[in-house]
Write a protein that binds this ligand. Structure first.
Ligand SMILES: Cc1cc2nc3c(=O)[nH]c(=O)nc-3n(C[C@H](O)[C@H](O)[C@H](O)COP(=O)(O)O)c2cc1C
Length: 391
């Protein structure tokens, strides 16, 4: 199954069932442009055998980034650098998609004035609520960014509606207490996402792949429940999306996101089974896959069409080739003890940097040290970002 190709509804053929899930790689240059290191990394992943790579957190609106290492697509973007990224990321028959982000209430405060569906003032998150006309402008912004991605050569886009960022916030009753048409029932909370999908489709045409990443649950008291997430899958079934990626967990002060979890995976298989009953749109499942047998079993269950990998590809960029080989083998994985919150994600982010420059064999940071270096690097990057985007 891992080796079999897959047709998406738009007509795109993926060569196998292993995809690199979006990771905010922090490899842009602090001014929203791609770098040779980023292109090199995606080339390594493509040579490593994956059928699809999704670049995390690509911003269409520089006011609301997740981090200052995000790519930004806008009229003055360095298009040549992006074309190099696309060219290198698509060697060996791989495809590259851009994940369309907007961090909303979780926008990086030093370079942002965060906005969410509703105003929020809790420890670690302060944002104002979006005005109705600002919400109504979102579909055009996403569509413009998707068209930019298409024109520069990306093979598809993924709308980011997971992990607690803006569109995930709209779905979550914890973030969304709006009294207008965008708040209330799950139909109302998801309506802006449906408007965005429709506008992006109208803009990029019927043959261009559009994916969406969703949470099966926010894993947060008062957040999106599994029942509502399943209802959202039913709603998505009526749209033109080509691939629904299921993950879960939220970046929220005091909680553990799925990129920071250490427990045994794969996660969310039960939800994927229910989602399969709710839609015919191809499903990608991401979270906790480490071993060939887990991926093979998930595909054999018939509930999952594509296995999404994030951290496994940071530990071993060649993991897809290992799993697709005649005699599959598995990498060995690090184990961490008593890490600070965010330390594991920071460790993976700093290892991504090492991979992009080919020094991963010498990479020996602890999660706590990785977190300190990662935060310091972001702090420095805020300076060029603010200069570049006139904030
Ligand atoms: C360093 C890092 C950065 C991530 N950035 C993103 C991101 O930009 N967008 C996203 O949807 N998920 C992001 N994730 C979450 C992963 O896509 C994935 O859902 C999660 O790590 C669980 O999958 P895994 O167990 O294979 O790592 C990130 C994960 C890591 C480790």
């Amino acid at each position: 199954m891992l080796k079999s190709s897959l047709h998406l509804p738009c007509g795109l053929l993926l060569k196998n069932r292993l995809a690199k899930s979006a990771m905010s790689d922090s490899l842009a240059n602090g001014k929203g442009d791609s770098t040779p290191a980023q292109a090199k990394l995606y080339e390594r992943w493509a040579k490593g055998g994956i059928g699809l790579s999704i670049v995390g957190e690509v911003q269409g609106d520089a006011r609301y980034p997740e981090k200052p290492g995000n790519l930004v697509f806008h009229d003055a973007s360095h298009q040549k650098a992006l074309q190099t990224l696309v060219k290198k990321a698509t060697v060996n028959g791989a495809h590259i998609w851009a994940q369309l982000g907007h961090a909303g209430a979780l926008s990086h405060p030093p370079i942002s004035q965060p906005v969410g569906p509703s105003a929020l003032d809790v420890s670690g998150i302060q944002c104002r609520g979006l005005l109705v006309n600002e919400v109504q402008q979102l579909p055009k912004m996403y569509a413009k960014t998707a068209l930019f991605a298409k024109n520069v050569g990306f093979g598809g886009v993924q709308i980011h509606a997971a992990h607690g960022f803006l569109l995930s916030q709209f779905l979550s009753p914890l973030f969304n207490s709006r009294q207008d048409n965008y708040g209330g029932s799950i139909e109302a909370r998801s309506s802006i996402i449906i408007d965005i999908i429709n506008e992006v489709r109208k803009t990029v045409g019927p043959r261009f792949p559009i994916g969406i990443k969703i949470n099966s649950s926010d894993m947060l008291e008062g957040g999106l429940t599994e029942a509502d997430a399943l209802e959202f899958v039913r709603i998505l079934d009526g749209t033109s999306v080509d691939l629904i990626e299921i993950s879960g967990g939220t970046y929220f002060p005091g909680t553990k996101s799925s990129s920071d979890g250490g427990g045994g995976g794969p996660y969310f298989l039960g939800f994927a089974e229910q989602a399969r009953g709710a839609t015919n749109i191809p499903l990608m499942l991401t979270g906790g896959f480490k071993y060939h047998q887990q991926a093979a079993d998930a595909l054999a269950s018939g509930h999952v069409d594509i296995v999404g990998l994030a951290r496994a590809l940071v530990v071993e960029p060649n993991v897809a080739n290992l799993w697709l080989a005649k005699d599959p083998s598995d990498p060995s994985y690090p184990s961490f003890e008593s890490t600070p919150q965010g330390g594991i994600t920071a460790w993976y982010t700093m290892r991504i940097s090492a991979l992009s420059q080919g020094y991963e064999d010498d990479f020996a940071l602890s999660p706590a040290d990785a977190l300190a270096i990662y935060e310091q690097r972001d702090k420095l990057r805020c300076v060029p970002w603010l200069k570049r985007f006139n904030q």
